[in-house]
Design a protein around this ligand. Structure first.
Ligand code: DAH
Length: 347
C-alpha cells in the first residue's frame, strides 16, 4: 500500500510539473487525485484489511501524499496566476515618456474673423448687436424701408421669394425696421446687425447668391451727417489702417436721404493707382445715409424729434480686400486648404 501511495504521489507530481499555463487542467488533476472518487481515497478504503499497527502508519503516509500533492497544486496555481498578471501588465504598459499626439485645432472662418473684428470695433463705440430672421417678410425687407411694391429699386435686389409675401432677405436693412418697431418707448439707440443675405445672382468670382452684410443704425435726437462721417472715418482707419482717408460720394438708397457711398484710399498703392483700386486710388466700401424721415415715421418715430444715420457694408468684400482673395466662392466651398490659412490677429 505504501508503494502504491508513493507511486500515486510521483505520478501526480509529474503531471503537475508538466502543466505550464492551464489552470483548468490543474483543477482536473486535483479532482482526479484528491477527489472522493480518486485513487487515494480508494487506497484508504482498503485500510480496513490492515493490522492495527500498520493502519496509522499507512494513514500518515496517505495524509502526507495528499498534502504534497495539494501543496504542489497550490504552488503551480500561484505561479500560473502570477504569470498571467505579468503578461497582462506587460501588454497594457503605457510609456508615459512618449510625446503626446498633437490635437488638430480648427481656425475661424475668414468671414467670422472680419465680422467679429467689426463687431468689436462698434461695440467699443457703444453699439449693440441686433439680429433678425433670414426668412423675412416682404413688408420688413422692402415696404418698411420705403420700397413699396412696384418700386424700381426693388429690381436692384433680385430676390428668392418663398411666397408672395415671404422671401430670403436680400439685405440686413430689415433689422433696422424691426429694431425701430420693437422700441416701445421710442428711445435713442445704436445697433449693428451682422448676418447672411441672399440674392438671385449667378455665382462667379465676385457674385454669390449668399453673402454677408453688416448693417449699422443710429437713431437719436440731433443725429447729423457729421456724426455719420466721423463714425465712418473711425471705422475706416481702425479697420484698414490709420493712414486711410475716406471720401463720400452722393448716391441713392430709398431708405436714406441724403445717401452716400464711402470710398477709402487704396491700401495697396496708398492712392497712387493699382489693379485693386482699378487705377482710381479709391476703393468703395459701403453705402450709407441719413435715415429717410418716412422710414422713421413708418416705424413709429417722430421724424421732427428723431433723426438717424445708417450704413451697410459687405464683410465678404472687406475680407477679400484684407486678405487678397480674388474669388468670393472660396468663402462658401469649404476647402480646408483655404480655410486653414486664416488665424485671427492676436493684437
Ligand atoms: N441695404 C443696402 C444694400 O444691400 C446697403 C445699405 C446702403 C444699407 C445704405 C444702409 C444704407 O443702411 O444706409 O445694398
Amino acid at each position: 500500500m505504501k508503494e502504491r501511495l508513493q507511486a500515486l504521489q510521483q505520478e501526480a507530481v509529474a503531471k503537475i510539473n508538466e502543466i505550464t499555463d492551464d489552470l483548468k487542467q490543474l483543477n482536473e488533476i486535483r479532482i482526479s487525485y484528491l477527489g472522493k472518487k480518486g485513487p487515494i481515497t480508494e487506497v484508504l478504503k482498503g485500510m480496513g484489511a490492515l493490522s492495527a499497527e500498520e493502519r496509522p502508519k499507512i494513514g500518515a503516509i496517505a495524509n502526507e501524499v495528499r498534502t504534497v500533492i495539494q501543496e504542489k497544486i497550490e504552488q503551480k496555481t500561484k505561479a500560473i496566476e502570477e504569470a498571467i498578471i505579468q503578461k497582462k501588465l506587460a501588454s497594457e504598459a503605457i510609456d508615459v515618456t512618449l510625446p503626446g499626439r498633437p490635437q488638430f485645432l480648427g481656425s475661424k472662418h475668414p468671414l467670422t474673423i472680419v465680422i467679429e473684428e467689426i463687431e468689436d470695433l462698434f461695440i467699443g463705440m457703444g453699439y449693440e448687436i441686433a439680429e433678425g430672421p433670414e426668412v423675412e417678410s416682404d413688408y420688413f425687407n422692402f415696404e418698411m424701408l420705403n420700397l413699396p411694391k412696384g418700386h424700381p429699386a426693388r429690381d436692384m435686389q433680385d430676390s428668392f421669394y418663398i411666397t408672395e409675401e415671404i422671401l430670403l432677405r436680400t439685405h440686413t436693412s430689415p433689422v433696422q425696421a424691426r429694431t425701430m418697431v420693437g422700441k416701445k418707448n421710442k428711445e435713442s439707440f445704436k445697433i449693428i446687425c451682422p448676418g447672411k443675405v441672399f440674392r438671385r445672382d449667378d455665382d462667379d468670382a465676385t457674385h454669390s447668391h449668399q453673402f454677408t452684410q453688416i448693417e449699422g443704425l443710429v437713431v437719436g435726437e440731433n443725429i447729423r451727417m457729421s456724426d455719420l462721417k466721423g463714425t465712418l472715418e473711425v471705422f475706416a482707419k481702425k479697420m484698414f489702417g490709420p493712414e486711410r482717408e475716406i471720401r463720400l460720394r452722393p448716391s441713392f438708397f430709398p431708405f436714406t436721404e441724403p445717401s452716400v457711398e464711402m470710398d477709402i484710399s487704396c491700401m495697396m498703392c496708398a492712392g497712387n493707382g493699382c489693379k485693386t483700386c482699378k487705377h482710381t486710388g479709391w476703393i468703395e466700401i459701403l453705402g450709407a445715409g441719413m435715415v429717410h424721415p418716412h422710414v422713421l415715421e413708418m416705424a413709429g418715430y417722430h421724424s421732427k424729434k428723431f433723426s438717424g444715420f445708417a450704413f451697410g457694408m459687405g464683410p465678404d468684400r472687406i475680407a477679400m480686400l484684407k486678405y487678397g482673395i480674388h474669388d468670393i466662392r472660396h468663402f462658401y466651398t469649404n476647402d480646408i486648404r483655404f480655410l486653414s490659412q486664416f488665424k485671427p490677429s492676436m493684437d
